[in-house]
Write a protein that binds this ligand. Structure first.
Ligand code: SF4
Length: 289
């Protein structure tokens, strides 16, 4: 397999077709990259763009966010979903201030020690923000490599050691080129090599692709996306939306009325928001961010 040649072709394609995203701009800071990675963990780019801009304008540095109340971070998280990420991002900002002098660390181990930063996010920040040489294995890159090299429709459900080793073999030796490859392979997976409708006719490396050569055999069905309507997640979102709209505390009955579908579910959502630290209970019958 001509890995170096494929890498160069994917990077050349990226240079011509990459989306213009603010956290990829030349003046984007490591903090901006870190914030984008938190927001993108479970939310698509289109929904992240505006909240990211507002967040960076309000809290342009880790110190700025660390100085705010956690409830303000939850409020500003808005409708991005999975709001515990806002609390983790706030905690990460505090750790950056207390342990790293207010500068996002470049060392992957130090990054991994931050709240909310796992293996993938640490590698992504080290690569995208600091130009280091790391395998950045999100679901898109994993799918691209599975198709190109293994001829399989997609990767296994969970990341395997063999997959990590394979990704290492794709990494160019030069850190700057490795970082370009990391973002370019991801973009290929997002734009062309999609899970359900890959556009192989437009793919710059189609002639190297084993999955295409094999006639694109079906893989195991992708995991079903968890439905949202009617779930506890939706109930929690409805209650949080009420608290985001006001600086004042809100009475329990008024808060629970935001989710009339199922009163028991509403009460359960309220308890879980409290347990997660996403809301406060300043008075026995009142709640606030
Ligand atoms: S040829 Fe198709 S399946 Fe293969 S890498 Fe390109 S887009 Fe993906």
């Amino acid at each position: 397999m001509q890995r170096p040649e494929i890498v160069q072709q994917v990077i050349a394609w990226y240079d011509a077709h990459a989306r213009d995203l603010p956290w990829r701009a030349v003046d984007a800071t490591p903090w901006g990259v870190l914030v984008s990675e938190f927001m993108l963990q479970q939310t698509p780019v289109a929904r992240v763009l505006e909240p990211w801009r507002q967040w960076m304008s309000r809290w342009p540095t880790p110190a700025a966010l660390a100085g705010a109340e956690p409830g303000e971070a939850v409020r500003a998280w808005g409708r991005l979903g999975y709001p515990r990420r806002a609390l983790r991002l706030h905690a990460a900002a505090q750790a950056i201030v207390s342990d790293h002098g207010g500068e996002v660390p470049s060392d992957p181990e130090a990054l991994r020690a931050l709240p909310g930063v796992g293996e993938y996010t640490a590698a992504a920040i080290a690569s995208f923000a600091f130009g280091q040489r790391h395998a950045v294995l999100d679901t898109n890159v994993r799918r691209v490599l599975a198709r190109l090299e293994l001829g399989e429709a997609g990767p296994a459900n969970s990341l395997t050691r063999a997959e990590r080793e394979r990704a290492q073999r794709w990494l160019p030796d030069d850190p700057a080129t490795a970082a370009r490859w990391a973002v370019a392979a991801m973009e290929l997976g997002v734009q062309l090599c999609t899970a359900t409708a890959p556009d192989c006719a437009a793919c710059p490396v189609a002639r190297h692709c084993r999955w295409l050569a094999a006639g694109r055999p079906a893989g195991t069905a992708p995991r079903r996306v968890q439905p949202y309507a009617g779930t506890d997640r939706q109930a929690r979102g409805a209650l949080l939306a009420v608290l985001r709209e006001t600086d004042a505390a809100v009475a329990r009955t008024r808060l629970l009325s935001a989710w009339r579908t199922d009163p028991e579910q509403a009460a359960r959502a309220l308890e879980s928001l409290l347990a997660d630290g996403l809301i406060r209970q300043p008075e026995p019958d009142e709640y606030a961010l």
